[in-house]
Ligand binder design. Structure first.
Ligand code: 1PR
Length: 523
């Protein structure tokens, strides 16, 4: 029996699923007594440090937690569950941590994008029961903007490189904690859980020792989901956002089955976009919630869900905030939510005053679930201009001139799946969303979507250069070389494709196999 400390601020379903998958039962902590009587305690911290410590205090869990750890009983902290062990965090300077390890949690200071998102390795500094069966070159999934800085090196289990060399695991006796997410790290992560649960007697080091680690570029499979005319929930795919062929919605498969297939094929993340979410209310669209629940039982890499994340009042006058909608998705197994149309409206409002209101969906969801949980999905379309001064938008010089030989263009943001344009450009939108607390940009391109003609490098380069958060390049992938182009010609951290994977034209393994010789990739 594994006892799980869930304080209710994020997705712990994947942790439960991972542990259950290993044949163990999970008991959720309801009171301090449950902590004190635990045999093995897993603490998956999610959300933000201040919010976490406040909830632990309100629920009177801090003293039992301290007592459990001081007794050197089996403990596995994950992400914020590692941060909690320290004196405090710059994320919430006035709120103390558990103070078990002296040191502070600090924000990354680097020119690389923050959050540090993706698959990175570990350099092991201590032998541990956790390392049984590890080669030493494995990669785990990280997603965080803050990292622990212990005052002494004694407790360091492993470190990871991301510009600086930071502590990615600690161990004092039976108390262990890792910065990465084993529940999102595929088979490797499941093995680490298994090692914690089985508790081999002898601590070991991995077979090989690496001295430096590298963050991989991520390959993401995207599933555009909607109900077809027969009422079935299907994965579909458009050409420039038109998903109908001869009048019917294209049906490329079932969402849960495809997600599993892509996980097994090595996808680094899976994204579900409920493409009619702008008109249906997601909390009434229970199939999407079910898709997440079922997928998270078998898919142990990060899941993002987008579509319809906005405030909503139902037919009975009941109000649901975007945060309510996002919370339902997180509870069902999502790790990140993506906001499309609503982000455009939020940015247009922001630009009227250049003041944050603190109440937008981006700000609210980031505050509760952390910046890394908020992705902004942008659906831009190219608009050519002869003279950059003709418009008040951020314009780029293009090497692909327009129909009248125009040498400039801007990228107009659209809403409702490209149906309506708005008077704001994609670069400005990305910059404002970053200010409001978004953690990542999913950058589509209507002109390239479904064309197999390659990513819009100019768009991706312009947006990635304008923000410090990671960018997912999307739309237009037609062959493995297109992924290399986007990774070598822009600083995009990840690339997403849909059509070529659904139609099995270029399987994920082939993309990764090709990239392996050229860029850092998780195999
Ligand atoms: O506006 O918050 O409700 O979110 C709706 C979401 O649904 C947005 O993220 C929007 O991008 C997406 N969406 C809406 N309509 C469509 C459509 O296709 N008719 N799909 C749509 C967006 C774009 C990508 C696609 C890539 C890669 N699809 O997700 O997967 O372009 O495709 P490719 O590799 O085949 O070229 P809201």
């Amino acid at each position: 029996m594994i006892t799980l400390l869930d304080y209710g601020a994020g997705n712990v379903r994947s942790v439960i699923n991972a542990i259950e998958r290993l044949g163990e039962t999970v008991q959720i902590v309801k009171s301090g007594e449950d902590i004190l009587s635990a045999q093995k305690l897993v603490f998956p911290g999610v959300g933000a440090f201040g919010n976490m410590m406040e909830i632990l205090a309100q629920k009177e869990l801090i003293q039992p937690l301290k007592a459990y750890i001081q007794d050197n009983r089996p403990f596995l902290g994950i992400c914020l569950g590692l941060h909690a062990l320290f004196d405090g965090s710059d994320e919430a300077p006035n709120i103390p941590g558990l103070g078990y390890i002296s040191g502070q949690v600090k924000r990354f200071e680097t020119d690389l994008s923050v959050p540090h998102i993706g698959w990175n390795g570990v350099v092991c500094h201590q032998s541990s029961v956790l390392w049984h069966g590890f080669e030493g070159n494995e990669k785990f999934y990280f997603v965080h903007s803050y990292h622990a800085v212990p005052d002494t090196k004694d407790a360091i289990l492993c470190t990871t490189d991301y510009d600086l060399n930071f502590t990615s695991g600690i161990q004092i006796g039976n108390v262990m904690a890792v910065q990465f997410h084993p529940e999102k790290s595929g088979q490797i992560g499941l093995r680490l859980f298994e090692n914690f649960i089985q508790r081999h007697e002898n601590p070991v080091l991995p077979v090989q020792s690496v001295t430096k680690t590298f963050l991989s570029k991520r390959i993401i499979a995207c599933l555009d989901v909607r109900t077809n005319d027969q009422g079935d929930l299907v994965v579909t795919k458009g050409d420039q956002y038109d998903v109908r062929e001869k009048g019917n919605v294209r049906n490329l498969g079932k969402p849960v089955e495809l997600a599993r297939r892509y996980y097994e094929a090595g996808a680094d993340e899976i994204t579900f976009l409920n493409i009619t979410g702008f008109r249906d209310f997601p909390l009434e669209d229970m199939p999407m919630i079910e898709v997440l629940k079922q997928s998270s039982q078998n898919v142990f890499v990060p899941l993002t869900i987008g579509g319809g994340i906005r405030d909503y009042t139902d037919a009975n006058g009941q109000f649901y905030s975007a945060l309510d909608v996002a919370s339902a998705y997180f509870r069902s197994g999502a790790d990140k939510i993506s906001i499309g149309s609503d982000a455009v409206d939020i940015v247009i409002e922001y630009l009227k005053t250049n003041q944050k209101t603190g109440t937008s969906a981006i700000e609210l969801i980031a505050r509760v679930y952390g910046n890394q949980a908020v992705v902004i999905s942008i659906d831009p379309r190219r608009v050519y201009v002869s003279d950059p001064n003709d418009v008040s938008h951020q314009v780029i010089h293009t090497n692909n001139p327009g129909p009248k030989g125009e040498k400039y263009c801007w990228y107009q943001c659209t809403v409702k799946g490209g149906r309506e344009g708005r008077n704001v450009d994609a670069i400005t939108l990305a910059q404002v969303c970053e200010k409001l607390g978004a953690g990542e940009i999913l950058l589509n391109c209507i002109d390239r979507d479904g064309t197999n003609s390659g990513f819009d490098i100019e768009l991706i380069h312009a947006v990635r250069s304008a923000v410090t958060i990671p960018v997912i390049a999307s739309s237009g992938a037609g062959c493995a070389e297109h992924f290399l182009d986007v990774f070598t010609q822009t600083k995009a951290e990840s690339a997403l494709a849909a059509g070529i994977f659904h139609r099995n034209e270029v399987p994920i393994q082939d993309v990764k196999g090709y990239l392996h010789a050229h860029v850092e990739i998780r195999q």
